[in-house]
Design a protein around this ligand. Sequence first.
Ligand code: SF4
Length: 353
Amino acid sequence: MANFNLDTHKLKYHPIEIAKFYNDEEVKPIYVEISPVANCNHRCLFCHYNYLGHEGKFQKGRLLSLVEEVAKMGAKSLVFGGVGEPTINKETILAIKKAKKLGLDVGLMTNGALLKESELEDLIKNLTWIRFSFNAGTAETYAIVHQTNEKDYAKVSQTISHLVKLKKKFESDITIGVQYILLPENKDDVINQAKVFKNIGVDYFVVKHFYSHEKNIYNPDMSFLDKAFIENLLKKQKDIQTEKFSFIVRSTENLNQNRVYNKCYGLPFILYIREDGEVYTCFSYQHESKTSLGNIYTSSLGDIWTSSQKKEAINFINEKIDKNRCQPNCRHHQINNYLWDLKHPSVEHINFI
Ligand code: SF4
């Protein structure tokens, strides 16, 4: 069974960059995420970014030139995701093709409802992975959770099925995954929907836990998520998964907000660029203007990286944000843990290897 390692981190596979960090040398981002558009055709109840308003998209042409800057900077991976539905921006697929051509590993996060059959071959040939956000087991629940038309349930299922067929046809290595955020509205459908996607032939189905955001209104009663519920999921997991299909239940340990670190050493390894041009590293504090590293409509990514604003933003995040109030398991959390332990070992006698 493939190991997707979704609960920890993969920075440990980049020892040269880690050595640079350890020696206080400059490090550059390994992972970059771009939000091609803030608009979304759905309004998922759980969406972390609802508070930002879902308006705006990249200025024409800038997405493609930005991909070149990302590659030039030496990043290894590029994900199209972010605040809205990336496929609304018609340049996203062109940008995916360009990124692949420039040697980047490319991922796409999508709800899949706007993908056209004619676009799927390009995805198969250029993506390392695609992850569908699909959060219900019936058309009715789908419409409630995604805040959309019931028809999208069948439409997206068909698109995923078609993609699986193309993967086989082209003998592609692409990983096709589905993410399901567990909510009171969809908790009873999860096992059946995992089986549906197993039969369709996706590579994995991951159940992820919901994290609230202080600026969003939706704040469901998650008391159903107790030990018995998780144990039942894990029991079913053993029955459902096979060599070719992973049924992943994300760890509930990640729901813990307590941090051992008070500085986020992982910040320089991850970049996030929003459709309004603002460049961030911490995803969760986009509403705080002092966390912006710069703007790609007025500077190149390379210039932003060496700017005083970038240093000030990283200092602000490290000095002013209370990490124990952050989203549990934020994008940097496992990397922060790992790097903190390197600089502040939690065990005695480290030389007795
Ligand atoms: S721990 Fe908090 S400040 Fe640090 S990267 Fe995560 S969300 Fe941002």
